[in-house]
Design a protein around this ligand. Structure first.
Ligand code: SF4
Ligand code: SF4
Length: 438
């Protein structure tokens, strides 16, 4: 076994290491096979190898390493498809033209499917053949999960969240931490109201690292007198099942939130400043549930932009100087949430100075989709965040805002690593500081 394979194996969860090699490969093949379908086949066969997805991916842009070409990241999926389900599958198998995918290969691909992909959607946006490469990578992650080859950090957090609702044990449950944040910032935390028009959720990243953002959400809602509540059993917005590729676990994690929203008869479920949580709930949850959600899902910036328009949210001018804004990939590319944050900024007198690649074409922070949690991915992630820092520096920004706590955390970590001069700030916190009465 080569050193990179050994390194990858060392990152497997204990349960995974107990599974024999043959079973793991068989599991992977079953997982892949389950995802095979006519549409996927069509997508894969349509690739004309133009290479445009390489130039779309920030992991390739930052390293110029061909292995980070998005379409090559789904190679195991493609090979498995050709061997098992493609038009010439019997011939491939009979003549041994496509060898079986081996465990070593799958472990090598773990790096490409998890460590070097944020599921950001930029490659899908750029592909001239309309191939949704991001979706294929998500499907390939599911195959890896089936084979017990999800990175241990994501696997363990998903396993814990599936049972307890929070991704890992804490000395104090998140519910208690939430109430403590309310006391610390002098803001009332609406919790476990039996009925409310709006259900609020919170990123664990904010509870652990940015409590002011949690307080800001409660403060803005109180300011507008919104009938809202957090729910103990449906608190955490992130979905580690989604990151890991565990479809059933993802569904169970989403169901906690869905059940709680239904129980309190919420008409709207607000996803806080967390991009991938938005995708998991806004787009994936209904598919996993098998029917439309009985409530509306909105990112907090969407909800507040609507409130602004309706005259329920009033803001004072903010003196932030030259201001750059980072659009979280899940909001801007998957959700089309482009105007809402800009309308909110303009209501505070801020005209954002855009980076060279911006709005839908914005490049990522590098930490989303679970990448931040994978320790061995840090050196690669720093290459990406450095690329992003250069773009932000080019704007001459004096203030740098975003509306995703995971992006913010990735930037903060990069700031420490590179001693970067900017400090990423939360748009929501800025709004809470500039509320205007009447
Ligand atoms: S951009 Fe699309 S067609 Fe071009 S290489 Fe990538 S997947 Fe293939
Ligand atoms: S989804 Fe984003 S990070 Fe993943 S391969 Fe495509 S461009 Fe790269």
């Amino acid at each position: 076994m080569n050193s990179s394979s050994a390194e990858l194996r060392a990152n497997l969860a204990p349960e995974e290491t107990r599974i024999g090699e043959r079973e793991r490969v068989a599991g992977a093949m079953r997982g892949f096979a389950r995802e095979f379908g006519a549409l996927s086949a069509l997508r894969l066969e349509a690739c004309v190898h133009c290479g445009m997805c390489a130039d779309a991916c920030h992991f390739y842009i930052a390293t110029e390493d061909p292995q980070y070409t998005p379409v090559l990241k789904v190679e195991p999926f493609k090979q498995a498809f050709k061997r098992e389900a493609g038009a010439f599958a019997p011939l491939f198998r009979w003549f041994g033209l496509k060898p079986r995918v081996t465990a070593e290969e799958l472990e090598r691909w773990q790096h490409l499917l998890y460590d070097s992909c944020n599921l950001c959607g930029r490659c899908s946006l750029m592909c001239p053949m309309g191939i949704d490469i991001t979706e294929l990578i998500e499907q390939a992650r599911r195959g890896m999960f089936e084979a017990g080859l999800a990175p241990s950090e994501l696997y363990e957090k998903a396993a814990h969240q599936r049972h307890s609702g929070q991704p890992e044990p804490t000395n104090e449950p998140y519910r208690e931490q939430l109430l403590a944040i309310g006391r610390q910032f002098g803001v009332e935390i609406p919790l476990d109201k039996p009925h409310a028009e709006v259900m609020l959720t919170v990123p664990r990243t904010d509870i652990e690292h940015y409590p002011a953002a949690v307080a800001a959400l409660a403060r803005v809602m109180a300011h507008m007198k919104v009938d809202c509540t957090f729910r103990t059993d449906g608190l955490i917005a992130e979905n580690y099942g989604y990151y890991a590729g565990g479809r059933d676990w993802q569904r169970r994690i989403s169901m906690r939130l869905i059940d709680e929203a239904v129980a309190c008869r919420a008409k709207i479920l607000i996803v806080p400043e967390c991009g991938h949580a938005y995708s998991a709930l806004r787009w994936e949850a209904a598919e996993l549930l098998g029917r439309p959600l009985p409530f509306k899902v909105q990112h907090v910036t969407e909800y507040l932009a609507d409130a602004l328009e309706a005259g329920r949210l009033k803001l004072r001018p903010a003196d932030t100087g030259v201001t750059a804004f980072h659009d979280p990939c899940q909001l801007v590319r998957k959700g089309g949430v482009t105007d809402a944050p800009r309308r909110l900024m303009r209501a505070m007198g801020i005209e954002p100075t855009e980076t060279v690649r911006h709005i839908g074409y914005n490049i990522c922070c590098g930490g989303g989709g679970g990448v931040f949690d994978i320790k061995r991915a840090a050196p690669l992630r720093y290459r990406v965040v450095e690329e992003k820092f250069n773009e932000i520096d080019q704007t001459g920004a004096q203030t740098f805002l975003t509306s995703c706590s995971d992006c913010r955390r990735t930037f903060d970590d990069g700031k420490q690593h590179f001693n970067w001069q900017q400090t990423p700030r939360s748009l929501l916190e800025l709004l809470a500081e500039h509320l205007r009465s009447a």
